[in-house]
Ligand binder design. Structure first.
Ligand code: UD1
Ligand code: MG
Length: 452
């Protein structure tokens, strides 16, 4: 029988090796903070209560925690005296809880729900402590899992405290641990700090539990799930793992990527079936692409919706609020911001369309600019269905162009245009027959005279 579960996420570490003004756990992977990733997985595991331990003055971390998990309790660890000390910062929550305890590190953001469930199931099998471990390619500074002949976990040794023999062990501690003990506070309070770092190590709970007659078990997962981020190189490594995973998932779900390793996704990117994504495409936060759309190379998207069958790029930039209907075409060097293009509309070349609407099947010619900003305010441009905007037109907002109207190329349009009208604003063409010939002979004479 599963017992109530309290999840404690440790996020108070300063993370000095990040060399950052920002707390470590707010650094992002795929557009979401590491803490956000861990809170998401913690909620997916479905515990009964969730607490986050932050450092003093880490208001931004507190806000991030509450944004990702509004019901979470936030505790402050006044001084960073180690991971066991950090868990004890949530003393009142632990004291009030009757059930299991899951400890997650906010700097270990790639762990999956399946793995956490496998870890918790060790408690069901009678373990007092279950530790998530992994075979490290380079064990480095990770804590080592020390096992007995029969494979049971006897201790965790931090690298700095390990003997040479212990340091040679490649089975490492991910930091993720689950507890089913009668009195977790007495266990945590019994942990001392007589070690190389002078810290209260949560990892010491293993030996202590065994002394108290409990059994410790290790569950082994893939290293890619439990990379601990302590420095920016680790962050980049975690990002790479996350991206690989997300791309594979999209391909499994029916998306074609010609060069998946060059496509960058965000944590919330949604891509429908039979979408093709060409190389070098960046998906910022809040982008969705419906079925069958074609995303051409070197495009950059944020906060946008791309409709079914649309064709976008190469070299398109979609900024927040770009909404493309079905079969819309957006081509090279077109920037869209806060603008909706209805079904079948086209803007194929060199345009800026910001703050407005474009009706179905309208054609926006090359070089069209929505002049949306007067230096103080932003204004809207609304273009009706089937409108044809000739190339190199400046549409000065606020502006409405009625359905079916034509805008002559090179116009600067400052007043609303009625449906089905032609509007153009440029000087009338003036043609002088034979002028060029006369001009050339005059200039040729002048040049000859000057060089004498
Ligand atoms: C820890 C483990 C190590 C494991 C490694 C995995 C201990 C003693 N060591 O080492 O066995 O291999 O993680 O990545 O547990 N934190 C606090 N308050 C503190 C100290 C840490 O909240 O006083 C938080 C940090 O914000 C971080 C997590 O706990 O999220 C781990 O701390 P960190 O200092 O990164 O521990 P490691 O040296 O990586
Ligand atoms: Mg760490």
């Amino acid at each position: 029988m599963a017992r109530p579960l309290l999840t404690v996420i440790l996020a108070a570490g300063k993370g000095t090796r990040m060399r950052s003004a920002m707390p470590k756990v707010l650094h992002r992977i795929a557009g979401r903070s590491m803490l956000g990733h861990v809170l998401t997985v913690a909620q997916e595991v479905g515990g009964d209560s969730l607490v986050v331990v932050v450092g003093p003055g880490m208001d931004a971390v507190r806000e991030e925690a509450l944004a990702a998990a509004p019901g979470a309790g936030v505790f402050v660890q006044e001084t960073q005296l180690g991971t066991a000390h950090a868990v004890l910062a949530a003393r009142s929550a632990i004291a009030a809880h009757r059930g299991d305890l899951l400890v997650l590190f906010a700097d270990t953001p790639l762990v999956t729900v399946e793995t956490l469930k496998a870890l918790l199931s060790e408690l069901e099998r009678g373990a007092s402590i279950a530790v998530l471990g992994f075979e490290a390619r380079d064990p480095g500074a990770y804590g080592r899992l020390i096992t007995a002949e029969d494979g049971t976990l006897t201790a965790i040794r931090e690298a700095k405290d390990a003997t040479d023999a212990e340091r040679a062990v490649r089975l490492c501690n991910s930091g993720v641990m689950a507890f089913r003990v009668d009195d977790p506070l007495s266990l945590l309070d019994a942990i001392g700090n007589g070690n190389a770092k002078g810290e209260y190590y949560l990892t010491d709970a293993v030996e202590l539990t065994r002394k108290r007659g409990g059994r410790a078990a290790a569950v082994v997962c893939d290293e890619d799930e439990v990379l601990g981020v302590n420095a920016r190189r680790d962050l980049a490594a975690a990002e790479a793992i996350w991206q690989r995973r997300a791309r594979n998932k999209l391909m499994d779900d029916g998306v074609t990527m010609i060069a998946p390793e060059t496509v960058w996704l965000s944590f919330d990117t949604v891509v429908g079936r039979d979408v093709t994504i060409e190389p070098n495409v960046y998906f910022g936060i809040g982008v969705s692409v419906d079925e069958g759309a074609e995303i051409k190379a070197n495009s950059y998207f944020e906060g946008s919706r791309i409709g079914a069958g649309a064709r976008v790029g190469p070299f398109s930039r979609l900024r927040p609020g770009a909404v493309l209907g079905r079969d819309v075409h957006v081509g090279n060097f077109v920037e869209l911001k806060n603008v909706a293009l209805a079904d079948g509309a086209k803007a194929n070349h060199l345009s800026y369309l910001g703050d407005g609407t474009v009706g179905a099947k309208a054609n926006i010619g090359a070089g069209t600019i929505f002049c949306n900003y007067d230096g103080f305010f932003k204004h809207k441009t609304d273009i009706g269905e089937g409108v044809f905007v000739g190339s190199n037109s400046s549409l000065v907002a606020p502006l409405k162009i009625g359905a079916g109207a034509y805008i002559g190329s090179g116009s600067v349009i400052t007043k609303d245009v009625a449906a089905n009208a032609l509007a153009l604003s440029r000087t009338a063409q003036d043609e002088r027959p034979g002028w060029a010939e006369k001009f050339r002979s005059m200039m040729t004479r002048r040049k000859a005279a000057a060089s004498k």
